[in-house]
Design a protein around this ligand. Structure first.
Ligand SMILES: [Zn+2]
Length: 364
């Protein structure tokens, strides 16, 4: 009899997930077959589900995944750090994969932007090997993926966001060049913003200020390193900028990070910076994020503006090492604050979408 396993399939935007069985085949050379132990709902899964981001249907969403190795194909015996891999090991892996020749990888050291790069949670479920997303019992890891073994002491809740949220913030905070003594502003205190606050502190910032429009998040951010938080909903643009500039003596913030996905915050963020300040965009993953800015201000004030999408494989290692080194200082465990069975994926998406939970986890 052919072995099968279950997946919650995304048939079309805004329709209920359908539980389906697909055949399971042995791992081929260069592949690893993993039993999913936890996957979390990322904001971009919600964008896909709500039809605001193109994603093939029917598919299996979910790219923040961890799992235990069931089978290792020929040719794989070590993780990206060189640690031996065996059946039964718990692992995380890069949210993207690419196999073949690539100009961006070879010439610019940007494998994350290879032409034709594929991401877990973004493939057709009807095609072999079927299981390429987090909201299923199994996942195949395909050639061209970076695999990283997880230490036993790390909980599933701490480990699951590593390969998207945490690694992305390692990339964003590196691009923002956060250094000892910096004053840093984080626009948006969802999962990315919380790790952003904590990483800014760990990189040596003297002052971290968090901005959001959801009151609960302002309090949570204080546990993750934010010295001050402001609810921008109750403040005018002028007041927000004045408050930040008043706190970041003498002439504004060294770095501002956008992780809220709202283009309108960009002009405000730019006005908070000192001469020579850095503005890094990490949250605007949807097309048509248009905004009007006074580019003369960028020129006169020597402002650097950068966009970040995906991350370099080194950021996955940095994400794990950052969480291991700081898990007693910041309560990363609390970020994944709710758990659902695979069959309750609709409810989990509803709660993640209306922000009544911070990060919803699926335990298949
Ligand atoms: Zn994600």
């Amino acid at each position: 009899m052919v072995r099968t396993a279950k997946a919650a399939v995304y048939e079309a935007p805004n329709t209920p997930f359908i539980m389906k069985d697909y055949p399971v085949r042995p791992a081929k050379a260069g592949e690893v077959l993993v039993r999913v132990t936890m996957s979390t709902i990322c904001r971009s899964d919600i964008h896909s589900y709500e039809g605001r981001r193109p994603n093939p249907c029917p598919g299996i969403l979910g790219h923040e995944i961890i799992g235990v190795i069931e089978e290792i194909g020929a040719g794989i015996d070590k993780d990206m750090r060189g640690d031996p891999l065996k059946v039964g090991d718990r692992i995380t892996w890069s949210e993207y994969f690419f196999h073949g020749d690539c100009y961006y990888r070879e010439i610019h050291d940007m494998p994350q932007k290879c032409n034709g790069v594929r991401k877990y949670g973004h493939d057709l479920a009807e095609e072999d090997p079927h299981f390429l997303g987090g909201f299923a019992e199994l996942c195949y890891i395909l050639p061209g993926t970076w695999i990283l073994k997880l230490p036993d002491e790390l909980s599933d809740e701490e480990a699951t966001p590593l390969n998207c949220g945490v690694a992305t913030m390692a990339s964003v905070t590196e691009a923002a060049e956060i250094a000892l003594g910096d004053a840093v502003v984080v626009q948006g205190l969802g999962l990315l913003g919380l790790y952003g606050c904590a990483m800014a502190k760990a990189r040596g910032a003297r002052l971290v200020i968090g901005l959001d429009a959801v009151p609960d998040r302002l309090e949570v951010a204080k546990k993750f390193g934010a010295d001050h938080t402001f609810n921008i909903k109750d403040m005018s643009n002028k007041d927000v900028v004045a408050k930040i500039r008043g706190l970041c003596k003498p002439d504004g913030a060294d770095a501002v990070i956008e992780v809220c996905g709202v283009p309108d915050v960009i002009p405000q963020g730019l006005q908070m910076l000192r001469v020579g300040g850095r503005y890094v965009l990490g949250g605007l993953v949807n097309p048509d994020a248009n905004v009007m800015i006074d580019a003369n201000m960028l020129v006169k004030r020597w402002v650097t503006m950068r966009g970040i999408h995906n991350y370099h494989p080194r950021h996955l290692i940095q994400a794990l090492d950052f969480v291991m080194a700081n898990r007693k200082r910041f309560p990363f465990k609390e970020i994944v604050d709710s758990k659902f069975a695979l069959k309750d994926l609709d409810l989990a998406f509803k709660k993640a979408s209306d922000r009544s939970v911070l990060r919803a986890a699926i335990v298949p």
